[in-house]
Design a protein around this ligand. Structure first.
Ligand SMILES: Cc1cc2nc3c(=O)[nH]c(=O)nc-3n(C[C@H](O)[C@H](O)[C@H](O)COP(=O)(O)O)c2cc1C
Length: 143
């Protein structure tokens, strides 16, 4: 059974688009080799990432990601075995979003700031599942 980890972290410094693109390019190549798929959202200096794959592969990658100097306060919002990978078409999709969208995905009010959204998701991991589903539907609706 595949394993899924959803985490959030704070960017060490504001990320420029070219830095994000570089990160994604490396991630996609490396994820393809490890059989990892998923999605990354970056909003207001905060990352939300969904990683899926074999348990060992996801945990090994999380070990590396946790030590990455480009971000801090890596906080797992939800993790566990899943019946099948939802993001298997994406080696690492990038989804841009506003904080209002992320709040809506999590079933929260639209005026709330990202750190509070993350706290609320952490307190109720079902919100993380909703966020993952919403990200997937954004990807599926892309032309
Ligand atoms: C927000 C964020 C997300 C990342 N996502 C991935 C990823 O999906 N896959 C990956 O291989 N590296 C990812 N990285 C980079 C890793 O932290 C690390 O640099 C990389 O795994 C080193 O890979 P290598 O040892 O295979 O060269 C991410 C880094 C950050 C800051």
């Amino acid at each position: 059974m595949p394993y899924q980890t959803i985490y959030s972290s704070k960017s060490a410094t504001p990320m420029q688009m070219d830095e994000l693109e570089e990160l994604l390019e490396h991630a996609r190549n490396s994820n393809a080799e490890r059989g990892i798929t998923g999605a990354l959202v970056y909003v207001d200096g905060v990352f939300l990432q969904i990683l899926e794959g074999e348990l060992e592969a996801v945990q090994e990658l999380m070990g590396k990601i946790s030590k990455d100097f480009r971000h801090e306060t890596v906080t797992v919002l939800k993790e566990g075995a899943i019946p099948s990978a939802s993001f298997s078409d994406w080696e690492m999709a990038y989804v841009s979003a506003t904080r209002e969208q992320v709040a809506e995905w999590a079933g929260l009010s639209g005026t709330i700031a990202i750190p509070e959204i993350v706290t609320d998701i952490r307190q109720d991991p079902r919100r993380a599942t909703q966020v993952a589903k919403s990200i997937l539907s954004v990807l599926l609706s892309r032309p």
